[in-house]
Ligand binder design. Structure first.
Ligand SMILES: NC(=O)c1ccc[n+]([C@@H]2O[C@H](COP(=O)([O-])OP(=O)(O)OC[C@H]3O[C@@H](n4cnc5c(N)ncnc54)[C@H](OP(=O)(O)O)[C@@H]3O)[C@@H](O)[C@H]2O)c1
Length: 260
């Protein structure tokens, strides 16, 4: 079984470690953190090895996930020595060029928050220096956490806007529907469950029946009906144009942050 290491043992690392164990990818896992309390809880809960020394993780694992916050990347990587190990960074907005200041080759992943429940949607890009067998291994590894696509790094800013920030945008839409549903007299908890289930069910329906959005809109919006009445408002207010602007702003910001 391949030994997987984590540098940084916070929310993302904890969720990823649980997925690796429950999916039987490996139970040979070592994690480091500057915070001994986080290590203690992972050790007790999941039985993995832990250390406060990042170099020990690098020395004892074949594939290492760098799971510290973007602002801690320099601290976490400076001074560590890496040879053949596969270094995978999940730090949002940190480009390969920055990682390559510290390690000879790297994989940059843009995950999203649903990774915390094993439903990640994202993408990854390789630096130079990986062979086909290693690329296959990385694909299998990331597949444990959800759906990920290998892309050229230039596309990662668009992925950041779409699936990285996407959960925030969808939650915002949900807020809008929810507050009006309560105003219309529905109990808040019931309205919340109905909204959530509607979002999840819509995604499942599109995916499992291989429908495109136009098909689904046609299925739901009968002539003179309620959906048609609501859609008319969305069209008049040019909501699709606004959603486009929202994505454009996130994309622009991702590019700016990547330059720092
Ligand atoms: N959370 C998400 O949903 C999400 C989604 C997409 C991408 N990401 C990315 O995933 C990464 C991890 O996020 P997270 O939410 O898991 O963060 P987190 O919970 O703060 O975990 C990071 C851990 O790294 C520790 N740390 C800081 N400096 C270190 C060092 N030099 N060496 C070793 N450990 C160090 C932190 O300790 P202290 O707490 O004491 O500083 C903390 O325990 C981030 O780069 C983020 O951009 C997260």
């Amino acid at each position: 079984m391949i030994k997987v290491g984590f540098i940084g043992a916070g929310n993302m690392a904890g969720a990823m470690i649980k997925s690796l164990i429950s999916n039987n990818f490996t139970n040979s896992i070592v994690a480091s953190d500057i915070n001994e309390d986080k290590l203690k809880s992972l050790r007790n809960e999941l039985g993995i090895s832990t250390t406060t020394n990042n170099q020990e993780v690098v020395d004892s694992a074949e594939m290492i996930v760098i799971a510290v916050k973007p602002q801690h990347i320099d601290d976490a990587l400076s001074g560590i020595k890496v040879n053949e190990q596969i270094m995978i960074s999940i730090a949002a907005g940190i480009p390969l060029s920055k990682l390559l200041r510290y390690v000879p080759r790297a994989v940059r992943v843009m995950p999203n928050t649903p990774a915390l429940v094993g439903e990640m949607a994202g993408a990854y890009a390789f630096s130079e220096g990986f062979n086909e067998e290693e690329k296959k291994l990385v694909k299998e590894f990331l597949g444990v956490f959800g759906t990920v696509f290998e892309l050229e790094e230039k596309h990662i800013d668009a992925v950041t806007a779409l699936s990285g920030s996407g959960p925030g945008f969808l939650a915002y839409l949900l807020q809008g529907f929810l507050s009006k549903a309560v105003e219309l007299g529905l109990n808040k908890d019931i309205a919340y469950e109905l909204c959530l289930k509607t979002m999840k069910g819509t995604a499942e329906l599109l995916s499992r029946k291989n429908l495109n959005p136009e098909d689904l809109i046609r299925m739901v919006a009968s002539k003179g009906g309620t959906t048609e009445a609501g859609l008319k408002v969305l069209e008049e207010k040019e909501v699709q144009r606004i959603l486009g602007e929202c994505l454009e702003a996130a994309h622009k910001r991702s590019k700016e942050l990547g330059k720092n």
